[in-house]
Design a protein around this ligand. Structure first.
Ligand code: FE
Ligand code: CA
Length: 548
C-alpha cells in the first residue's frame, strides 16, 4: 500500500558489511535460556549471548549513504524483526525501536529515520534493495517498510544510527499463473505468555516454513495476577486499556526469543481474535456490559497497538475500526483468505453460557445474526468464486464444524452460535461446486480435524476440511476427559485435548497434508516438539483421511 513506502531505491552492490548484533530477550529472568538455533534465527550471536545490552559495535567504515547519528540509550531492536503480507512483487518488513520495551519503549519523542536492507544472501555481501522509513513517535516508533522485490527468498535487516537489527528471512510469492511449487505453511494461535514457553515457535523456526498463518490471540489481556507458571512468564501490570498499556503487553510477548525466531523465519499473515482486545467481545460490545461506555476507546487503543506490532501492509486503523480481512495468492497453487470473526459479529446469543447442555434459546436462530458481517461475507464469496488457484484456504478464528451435543450448543462463541451464516457459507461452496477449500482454525486450545459439509451432519455434501490448531502455549480450556465425546461427533476425525503446538501444512497441486506438531513439556522452552498425527486431502476430493 502506497503510504508505507516513502523512498525505495536499488543499491547495487553497496558493499555494506554484515554487522553482528546480539539477540534480544526479555531483560527479566528468562534472558539467556533460549537462543534460536536455525539459520533464520534473529540473532547471529552465539548461545548464551542474548542479554539485551550486549551489542557488537560496527567494525568497518560506514556506507557512503550513512544514516544520521542517533542518541539511543541501548539496542533499540529488542523486539526482533518480522515480515508479512507478501504478494508477487513485495513484502512488508517490520520492526519497532524500543530500547526499554516493557516501559513504553524508552525512545526519545522524535521521529527517527530507519533504513531497511534486503539481500539474496544472509551475509548481505550485496544489497538487492533498500529504503528509508520514518519510525514515528506517534505510532510507537514502529516501522512498516514495503520492500519491492522479485519472487523468491530474501534476507532483510534494519539499521538506525550505528545499530543493526537481527536478520530475518522472508519470501515473495510466485506470480499469478506460475507454478506455486510445494508450499509449507504453519498455522498457529493462542500464545498466552503466562501459561508456558514458546517451544512451538522454536519448532516453527526450525522447520523454516514458507508462511505462517496466525489465527488470533497473539496477546492475552489478563492482568499480572493471571496465575503465571512459571513466574518469570507473568503478565506485567493491569489489564491493558490504553495504547501504551497494550504496547507494553505486545512488548512482553515480543521480547521472547523463540517468538522472534518464528517471525524471522518467514512472512506471516496475521489476523486477530478476541484477546487482542478482550475475551469474547463482539463488535463494539464488551464481555461485561458495565464496560460499554469506555469500550469503543479501549478497542481503538487495542487495534492501534495490534497494527503497530504486526507485519501487515494494512493502513493504520481509523475511528471506524480496521478492515483486516484480506486475501493473497501464491502462484497458481493457493489463495489465502484471512477472516475477521470479531469486529463485525453480533453479540453471542443466549448469554454466552459455556457447556450448557440445555437446548439453546431462540436467539441463536434469530434472522440476521452474523459472525463476519454482510460485507465480509460478500467479499469472501467473491474471493472464493474468482480464485483460479488449486487450493483456497480460509484463515478462521473459531470452530466452524458442527460441535453441538444432542442439539445443545456447547460454546456460543463458535460458529455453532451463528448457524445461519455458517450454513450459508457451506451451502455456497456446494452450490458453486467448490473444491479444495481448507479452513484453518484457532481459538479453542485443542487440536482436531473435521469434515465440513453442506446440509446434514454426517451425511451432507463434503465441501471443505477444517484443521483446528491447538494453542501455542495457552492452557487447554476443554478437559481431556471430553476427548471421547468430541471423537464421537460424526464429522470429527480425531482430537487431541492434551497438547499445545501448531500445524505444519505441506501443499502441492496433488495433495494437502497437515502434520500436527505437539509440545511435550509446555513448562520447558527446550521441550521436544513431535508429531501427534498427520492427515491428507487428495486434490478434488473435499475429504480428509488420517495417514498412518
Ligand atoms: Fe485463545
Ligand atoms: Ca479466542
Amino acid at each position: 500500500m502506497a503510504p508505507l513506502s516513502r523512498r525505495t531505491f536499488l543499491a547495487a552492490s553497496a558493499a555494506v558489511p554484515a554487522l553482528v548484533v546480539a539477540g534480544c530477550s526479555d531483560s527479566g529472568s528468562d534472558s539467556g535460556d533460549t537462543v534460536p538455533t536455525t539459520d533464520a534465527a534473529p540473532t547471529s550471536a552465539g548461545p548464551g549471548d542474548s542479554t539485551s545490552s550486549t551489542v557488537a559495535q560496527p567494525t568497518t567504515t560506514a556506507p557512503p549513504d550513512t544514516l544520521p547519528a542517533v542518541d539511543l540509550p541501548s539496542d533499540p531492536f529488542t523486539l526482533g524483526v518480522a515480515s508479512g503480507d507478501p504478494d508477487d512483487s513485495s513484502v512488508v518488513l517490520w520492526t519497532r525501536l524500543a530500547p526499554d520495551p516493557l516501559n513504553g519503549g524508552g525512545m526519545p519523542d522524535d521521529d527517527i529515520a530507519v533504513r531497511w536492507e534486503a539481500s539474496a544472501d544472509e551475509a548481505f555481501a550485496s544489497l538487492t534493495a533498500s529504503g528509508d522509513e520514518v519510525a514515528a513517535a506517534a505510532t510507537g516508533h514502529t516501522v512498516h517498510a514495503l520492500a519491492q522485490l522479485p519472487p523468491g527468498t530474501w534476507f532483510y535487516r534494519f539499521r538506525v544510527g550505528e545499530w543493526v537489527s537481527p536478520v530475518g528471512r522472508t519470501r515473495v510469492a510466485p506470480a499469478p499463473g506460475t507454478p506455486g511449487g510445494e508450499l509449507r505453511i504453519a498455522t498457529g494461535s493462542c500464545q498466552n505468555y503466562s501459561h508456558g514457553y514458546y517451544a512451538a515457535h522454536r519448532g516453527i523456526a526450525e522447520q523454516q516454513p514458507d508462511l505462517v498463518l496466525w489465527l488470533g490471540d497473539y496477546i492475552y489481556e489478563g492482568a499480572a495476577a493471571d496465575g503465571a507458571l512459571p513466574s518469570e512468564r507473568a503478565h506485567l501490570g493491569p489489564e491493558p486499556t490504553t495504547v501504551v498499556e497494550y504496547r507494553n503487553r505486545y512488548a512482553r510477548y515480543k521480547t521472547d526469543p523463540q517468538l522472534q525466531a518464528a517471525h524471522a523465519a518467514c512472512p506471516w499473515f496475521v489476523v486477530w481474535d478476541d484477546h487482542e482486545v478482550e475475551n469474547n467481545y463482539a463488535g463494539i460490545t464488551p464481555q461485561d456490559a458495565a464496560e460499554a461506555p469506555a469500550f469503543a476507546a479501549r478497542r481503538a487503543a487495542a487495534y492501534q497497538a495490534w497494527w503497530e506490532h504486526q507485519p501487515t501492509r494494512l493502513a493504520p486503523p481509523t475511528a471506524d475500526g480496521l478492515r483486516i480481512y484480506r486475501s493473497a495468492a501464491w502462484g497458481d497453487l493457493l489463495t489465502v483468505a484471512m477472516l475477521d470473526g470479531r469486529q463485525y459479529r453480533t453479540d453471542q446469543a443466549c448469554g454466552d453460557v459455556r457447556l450448557n447442555l440445555e437446548p439453546p434459546c431462540s436467539e441463536v436462530t434469530a434472522p440476521g445474526r452474523t459472525m463476519l458481517g454482510d460485507e465480509q461475507e460478500s467479499w469472501l464469496f467473491d474471493t472464493l468464486d474468482t480464485a483460479t488457484t488449486t487450493w483456497k484456504v480460509l484463515g478462521n478464528q473459531v470452530i466452524m464444524a458442527d460441535a453441538t451435543l444432542n442439539g445443545a450448543i456447547l460454546n456460543f462463541d463458535m460458529w455453532d452460535g451463528y448457524p445461519e451464516q455458517r450454513d450459508r457459507i457451506l451451502q455456497h461452496l456446494a452450490d458453486t461446486g467448490s473444491t479444495n477449500v481448507v479452513v484453518v482454525t484457532g481459538d479453542i486450545h485443542f487440536a482436531a480435524v473435521a469434515q465440513l459439509r453442506a446440509g446434514e451432519r454426517g451425511t451432507g455434501t463434503p465441501v471443505a476440511v477444517e484443521f483446528i490448531a491447538t494453542s501455542i502455549s495457552s492452557d487447554g480450556n476443554v478437559g481431556p476427559e471430553l476427548t471421547d465425546v468430541l471423537k464421537s461427533f460424526p464429522d470429527l476425525l480425531d482430537a487431541n485435548l492434551v497438547h499445545r503446538g501448531y500445524v505444519l501444512h505441506t501443499v502441492t497441486p496433488e495433495q494437502w497434508t497437515a502434520e500436527y506438531r505437539i509440545v511435550e513439556q509446555i513448562d520447558d522452552p527446550e521441550s521436544p516438539v513431535n508429531t501427534w498425527a498427520k492427515f491428507a486431502i487428495d486434490q478434488g476430493t473435499n475429504t480428509v483421511r488420517q495417514l498412518a
